[in-house]
Design a protein around this ligand. Sequence first.
Ligand SMILES: Nc1ncnc2c1ncn2[C@@H]1O[C@H](COP(=O)(O)OP(=O)(O)OP(=O)(O)O)[C@@H](O)[C@H]1O
Ligand SMILES: *[C@@H]1O[C@H](CO)[C@@H](O)[C@H](O)[C@H]1NC(C)=O
Ligand SMILES: *[C@@H]1O[C@H](CO)[C@@H](O)[C@H](O)[C@H]1NC(C)=O
Ligand SMILES: *[C@@H]1O[C@H](CO)[C@@H](O)[C@H](O)[C@H]1NC(C)=O
Ligand SMILES: *[C@@H]1O[C@H](CO)[C@@H](O)[C@H](O)[C@H]1NC(C)=O
Ligand SMILES: *[C@@H]1O[C@H](CO)[C@@H](O)[C@H](O)[C@H]1NC(C)=O
Ligand SMILES: *[C@@H]1O[C@H](CO)[C@@H](O)[C@H](O)[C@H]1NC(C)=O
Ligand SMILES: [Mg+2]
Length: 613
Amino acid sequence: MAFGDHEKDPGWQYLKQSREQMLADQSKPYDSKKNVWIPDAEDGYVAAEVTATKGDQVTLVSARGNEVTLKKELVQEMNPPKFEKTEDMSNLSFLNDASVLHNLRSRYAAMLIYTYSGLFCVVINPYKRLPIYTDSVARMFMGKRRTEMPPHLFAVSDQAYRNMLQDHENQSMLITGESGAGKTENTKKVIAYFAAVGASQQEAEGGPAAVDTGEKKVTLEDQIVQTNPVLEAFGNAKTVRNNNSSRFGKFIRIHFNKAGRVASCDIEHYLLEKSRVIRQAPGERCYHIFYQIYSDFKPQLKKDLQLDLPISEYWFVAQAELTIDGINDTEEFQLTDEAFTILKFSEEEKMDCYRLMSAMMHMGNMKFKQRPREEQAEPDGVDEAEKAAAMYGIAQEDFMKALTKPRVKVGTEWVSKGQNLEQVHWAVGAMAKGLYSRVFNWLVKKCNVTLDQKGYSRDYFIGVLDIAGFEIFDFNSFEQLWINFVNEKLQQFFNHHMFVLEQEEYAREGIQWTFIDFGLDLQACIELIEKPLGIISMLDEECIVPKATDLTLAQKLVEQHLGKHPNFEKPSRQRANRLRLTLPCATMPALSATTASTGSRRTRIPSTTPSSR
Ligand SMILES: Nc1ncnc2c1ncn2[C@@H]1O[C@H](COP(=O)(O)OP(=O)(O)OP(=O)(O)O)[C@@H](O)[C@H]1O
Ligand SMILES: *[C@@H]1O[C@H](CO)[C@@H](O)[C@H](O)[C@H]1NC(C)=O
Ligand SMILES: *[C@@H]1O[C@H](CO)[C@@H](O)[C@H](O)[C@H]1NC(C)=O
Ligand SMILES: *[C@@H]1O[C@H](CO)[C@@H](O)[C@H](O)[C@H]1NC(C)=O
Ligand SMILES: *[C@@H]1O[C@H](CO)[C@@H](O)[C@H](O)[C@H]1NC(C)=O
Ligand SMILES: *[C@@H]1O[C@H](CO)[C@@H](O)[C@H](O)[C@H]1NC(C)=O
Ligand SMILES: *[C@@H]1O[C@H](CO)[C@@H](O)[C@H](O)[C@H]1NC(C)=O
Ligand SMILES: [Mg+2]
């Protein structure tokens, strides 16, 4: 194949290894009987050479130079050198863990981050910007078959686009991997690619269809791409796993007309992590937007928002980190603000949004005290309450009354209900979380409206799913359970879809095949959580039982499941009161695939009881 012009592109070396390198790799000596992989504590697997075999014991010299004797079943075959850095791992003669990992590792060492594994594409996070997402690289992939080009997300995307037009079917891409694997980065590239393809289709038809926003022409494609800075400012935060972690899931659908032109786009969002608005674990930050507002991009803004204390004094956002290495909040705020404009948010809407953020910061500093010998809380100074109320556009007295003596309806009458200090604190936190999640919902809704360009018919769509990735922290909150549960369900869906359906087809076509039960080991755990009498339904039930506590729930769960369900375990002594579940997790570390992952390791998922410390 002649790649002539492609080779001149600065990105090419990160997509295809050079001929010289390929020849060097393939000239390595190899003997299928001698060259093997053996387990290694440090690297997972290490190359070794068989020197003797006796019964089921094999003696080998490892690449580290030491002699080892192992059981035969622990030794894995090595592929011939012609498969070194192969672009599609389904071609390997020996498809075992060691070979798959070796292939990914050696490609990654050469900065070839994309590798196919049959129908899906595996990506390894390079943690550095590679010139492989440029317009010129995108153009190389447009209209090409997957087999004609090296592995790339663009090839997968282009295939989806072509399948959509040829088969008249909607398409979806599932991007999965643990937190920090690169799902969101890759999602952005996919979206940008479709925007570029849709736009080039437009040029071909003649006449750019642009939206006039007054100053300069903004295309729908630009607007689609610009939803990222807005959603990320409000929905992303620093965690210990990822400086830019998505704390919500999203499904973006780009709609096309019959001719393949971008018609509109919509976004569905799931499970925003609300607890972060009022609590941050060590090493983490609240949502980016709070620190962006506090940056100097709009010097007057802090005054307008009455934020006159240093940011470290605002409890709701200052429990852990305040800055992130490598991220300049001033520059990020500029991007957010510009994106707002491109998405047609008015100055007033922007300002309202910032005022609500400021109100939450003030709310976190409001102080209350308990009246002596009474179960009734009252404000302890109203400075911050004044400011929060001003931001909300309500009277401070009404605001305080609603928190300390809320009016509730009893039968047909309205009565004032007394609140103790703890109840008021809960109410303040709940209000901030509720408000934040409504602001987020409003943002997505506004984007939906802007991206729904009337006029073009929505014949097909390509959807891209990007969720919050699997994560295991030292202390896992209630929300981690849902994040991880969703990840497991998707993995299960994927296994079922890819492997089970494939095998059913073999059966239909009469191909001889031993049915393999891929990933069904996840099913038991998923059922433990979601089936009737499972954890979710028991939690729901416990919520309406008067005087129920974490402990009563834990007791009921133990009675129901301990000893009866293989995935249900009682906590160790040190972690008394905290339930744990063991669950096989199929997410590979630091890997993100457009449609898959392999391997399986035992991990633990978080405590099901909200903190009972
Ligand atoms: N293809 C890439 N090129 C360069 N950098 C990347 C790439 N993919 C990921 N990164 C880097 O890794 C970081 C984490 O990636 P990303 O935010 O996409 O992870 P994620 O899988 O969405 O995680 P989470 O589940 O926490 O949202 C990015 O901020 C970026 O610095
Ligand atoms: C891998 O397999 C595909 C399809 O079977 C084939 O087209 C391709 O040439 C193979 N690649 C290599 C490097 O063997
Ligand atoms: C594809 O999605 C559109 C909505 O965008 C829907 O109207 C249509 O029925 C779907 N087509 C198929 C084949 O499912
Ligand atoms: C986080 O995401 C924002 C929005 O896309 C981006 O501008 C920023 O560079 C990202 N930060 C890092 C560290 O990648
Ligand atoms: C965050 O970014 C800094 C600077 O780029 C880097 O050193 C650090 O490893 C990143 N942290 C995570 C969890 O990705
Ligand atoms: C952040 O960016 C702004 C504007 O580009 C610049 O003035 C400022 O010095 C930067 N701050 C840091 C800490 O790099
Ligand atoms: C955005 O539009 C999609 C499709 O119409 C819809 O499913 C989703 O709920 C909308 N989101 C919001 C926040 O309105
Ligand atoms: Mg993400």
